[in-house]
Ligand binder design. Structure first.
Ligand SMILES: Nc1nc2c(ncn2[C@@H]2O[C@H](COP(=O)(O)OP(=O)(O)OP(=O)(O)O)[C@@H](O)[C@H]2O)c(=O)[nH]1
Ligand SMILES: [Mg+2]
Length: 353
């Protein structure tokens, strides 16, 4: 076990240093507020040598063993329960460093799966629930890049080409249909381009939606095809491009997506992430998509999520504006264009009491 003392101006700053140096698995052993005499805080943290981050920031996996079928699922359950225990201990130790009166707010935020260092920094800025709302609202960004909203279909600035990317099953095709239906309702001329040639049946899915909405559809299998389809739809107000969902860890997949931008077309990219996914998966996933020029994040399946703190966590880490959220399977419908305040309220009201 490696034990180290950290001094910083605030507890959240100390936590950031601890995470950077010892990694996410570090445990806080003690803390002392020396601000009265020396204007700093002192926190002692420890990490097991096996859990120290390696050079790439990831943790070394334990040596592999001969495990199969039910053994693996048993192991997974055990790991999950261990992770819960570590989380509980970590929360307790974090609470220790907080000034009295802020612990309840901290627990409230953790009950919404707000990351512990973010929760500490929030309760340092907020005394009451209302202050918390304000602080979180300030941290969110549902703003409007390009001087227009994600759903300004007035097309004053010319036509829009929106491309939806994201991991498998995030809800890209369904959301393309929702957006197309909204465009049609607003009297706009929409068209769909399906780049989804990877999955069997994927094109049928988008064609069914397009027929249902009376919107033309083209299928493209590469960047050149896509360019031609975009040219073909030059008279349309809004083009919606549905892409193949694949494992974001697959470098070839990210490279193929990158090629699409070489066309030089003004494509706005929305990264769709399922709010019901594991927080760790979301953080990891956004890293894999970061080489791409993502303009907005979209959180889908917010209706299925038990907690929505990962939306806040991701907004703080990724610093991309949220375009909208989706709230169910229904097409049309089940899509909400939220502002910072509304999104904060949704996050705060979803979770344990
Ligand atoms: N509960 C819920 N389900 C959703 C939402 N959006 C999409 N789904 C469902 O999620 C499943 C996958 O949706 P798709 O639109 O096919 O996802 P995709 O990202 O296109 O998937 P791939 O093309 O395979 O990568 C479908 O069953 C959708 O009905 C949502 O907001 N809430
Ligand atoms: Mg799809």
């Amino acid at each position: 076990m490696k034990i180290k003392k950290f001094q910083a101006r605030s507890f959240s700053e100390a936590l950031t240093c601890i995470k950077r140096e010892l990694g996410d698995n570090a445990l806080i052993m003690s803390s002392e507020d020396k601000s009265a005499t020396r204007s700093y805080v002192e926190v002692t943290a420890a990490v097991d040598y096996d859990m120290e981050p390696n050079e790439s920031g990831a943790y070394s996996p334990p040596p592999s063993s001969q495990t199969h079928g039910s053994d693996i699922s048993e192991l997974k359950n055990e790991i999950r329960s261990l992770r819960d225990s570590v989380e509980a201990v970590r929360n307790m130790t974090c609470e220790l460093i907080l000034p009295a009166g802020r612990k309840k707010l901290f627990q409230f935020l953790r009950g919404r799966s707000i990351r512990e260092d973010f929760a500490v920094s929030l309760v340092e800025r907020a005394q009451e629930l209302e202050d918390l709302e304000t602080a979180m609202t300030d941290d969110m960004d549902c703003s409007r890049p390009f001087g227009r909203g994600p759903w300004d279909l007035s097309c004053r600035h010319g036509r829009r080409i929106l491309m939806l990317i994201g991991p498998t099953g995030a809800g890209k095709t369904t959301t393309v249909a929702k957006l197309a239906s909204r465009a049609v309702k607003e009297g706009k001329k929409a068209a769909i381009i399906g780049l989804d040639t990877f999955k069997v049946g994927a094109m049928e899915q988008i064609r069914i939606y397009a027929n249902m909405l009376g919107v033309p559809v083209e299928v493209a299998s590469n960047a050149e095809d896509m360019k031609m389809s975009i040219k073909k739809f030059s008279g349309r107000d809004i083009l919606l491009i549905d892409t193949t969902g694949q494992n974001p860890r697959d470098g070839e997949y990210i490279k193929n997506l990158k090629d699409l931008y070489r066309t030089g077309l003004p494509i706005e990219t929305q990264l769709l992430l399922s709010a019901s996914s594991d927080g760790e998966f979301l953080m990891e996933t956004q890293k894999h998509y970061s080489p791409l020029p993502v303009d907005y994040i979209v959180f889908t399946k917010t209706d299925e999520a038990v907690k929505l703190g990962s939306i806040y966590n991701l907004c703080r880490v990724y610093k991309k504006p949220v375009a909208y959220i989706t709230t169910g399977q229904r097409v049309p419908g089940n899509i909400e264009f939220v502002d910072n305040k509304k999104l904060t309220n949704i996050i705060l009201r979803t979770g344990s009491a």
